[in-house]
Design a protein around this ligand. Structure first.
Ligand code: NDP
Length: 287
């Protein structure tokens, strides 16, 4: 029998470069699994074309779209409204189009928190975040909103680290401090959660590990990586070999998409289906 409508629900990604981003096949596997007539278009959009892309999405009745580098801050000027964490973080990675209105969300940090919460509640915990870029910022704000105890931000570029910690202290109740990363970082013994939110270890530089003194890792620590490709980074392997409990970057990528799909479609997407699609793309769980 013919369907009632030949109009698919439309979503997608605006980024530059966009070609290596695996979100499209991941999200479409969840749409297919749910029997939803919906598409996710991965679009290479130059900074000068962002406004036209956003207006085009509205004109074509898209349900929403992801924004990746370099559009996460620039997109804000074209939106009607910001959700709480997007406003706090100052960046948007997910836009929802509802009745022609554009609402900016930041689901990166929320996706990370979903992964982390499967192992531990960050409330009151002593946490070290390596890095102070976009991913670190989103994660640090969500940890602060979730009631993290102490947050230590470790970054090479002192100005960037100080700016993040200044914003955290001004806008949230967390006790945040900054350390300049000039040599192998010794993880303080009382640390309960250690997060690599730098880009170190991303394909193709798969042997690289954040410069820390690995002898300072202790078996009780929870160690998380944001790098999705490869899923088992050298950092994750090293932490596991020292008895730490490790969380890979696939969880963050999958869970931020679960949140986005819920916002766009009102659908609880199957995280396992999306995770499997990614491990197939990245070459299996041994990564
Ligand atoms: P940014 O460029 O905004 O930030 C990069 C961060 O990494 C900075 O803090 C930078 O330090 C630090 N860094 C880079 N190289 C080194 C090095 N050799 N030693 C120490 N620190 C270093 O990038 P993003 O924050 O947007 O992204 C970071 C990573 O997070 C990416 O690899 C991306 O793949 C991943 N990511 C994963 C997501 C997921 O869903 N799993 C979602 C979003 C991002 P400095 O300031 O000193 O230059």
């Amino acid at each position: 029998t013919a369907p009632d409508s030949f109009l698919s629900k439309l979503t997608g990604l605006f980024a530059s470069p966009a070609a290596e981003n695996p979100t499209g096949p991941m999200v479409e596997s969840a749409y297919r699994h749910a029997g939803l007539d919906a598409r996710y278009m991965t679009c290479e959009v130059a900074p000068a074309d962002l406004e036209h892309a956003v207006r085009g999405a509205v004109a074509m009745g898209w349900a929403g779209f992801h924004c990746s580098l370099p559009h996460k801050v620039a997109v804000i000027q074209y939106l009607d409204e910001l959700a709480e964490s997007a406003a706090l973080i100052g960046a948007v990675n997910c836009v929802v189009i509802r009745d022609g209105r554009l609402i900016g969300e930041n689901t990166d940090g929320q996706g990370f928190l979903t992964s982390l919460r499967r192992l531990v509640d960050p409330r009151g915990k002593r946490i070290v975040v390596l890095g102070a870029g976009g991913a670190a910022r989103a994660i640090a704000f969500e940890l602060a909103l979730a009631g993290a105890g102490d947050l230590l931000v470790v970054n090479r570029d002192a100005g960037r680290g100080e700016a993040l910690v200044g914003d955290l202290c001004e806008r949230t109740a967390v006790r945040a401090s900054v350390a300049r990363w000039t040599e192998a970082f010794a993880v303080p013994a009382e640390t309960e959660i250690l997060i690599n939110a730098t880009s170190v270890g991303l394909f193709p530089d798969v042997e690289a590990k954040p410069d820390i003194d690995y002898d300072t890792l202790t078996p009780g620590m929870i160690v998380a990586d944001v790098i999705p490709n490869p899923p088992r980074t050298a950092f994750v392997k090293e932490a596991q070999s020292r008895g730490c409990t490790a969380i890979d970057g696939l969880g963050m990528l999958v869970n931020q998409a679960v949140i986005g799909i819920r916002l766009w479609m009102g659908l609880d997407a199957d995280a396992e289906v999306m995770r499997r699609t990614l491990t197939d793309i990245f070459g299996g769980p041994e990564g």
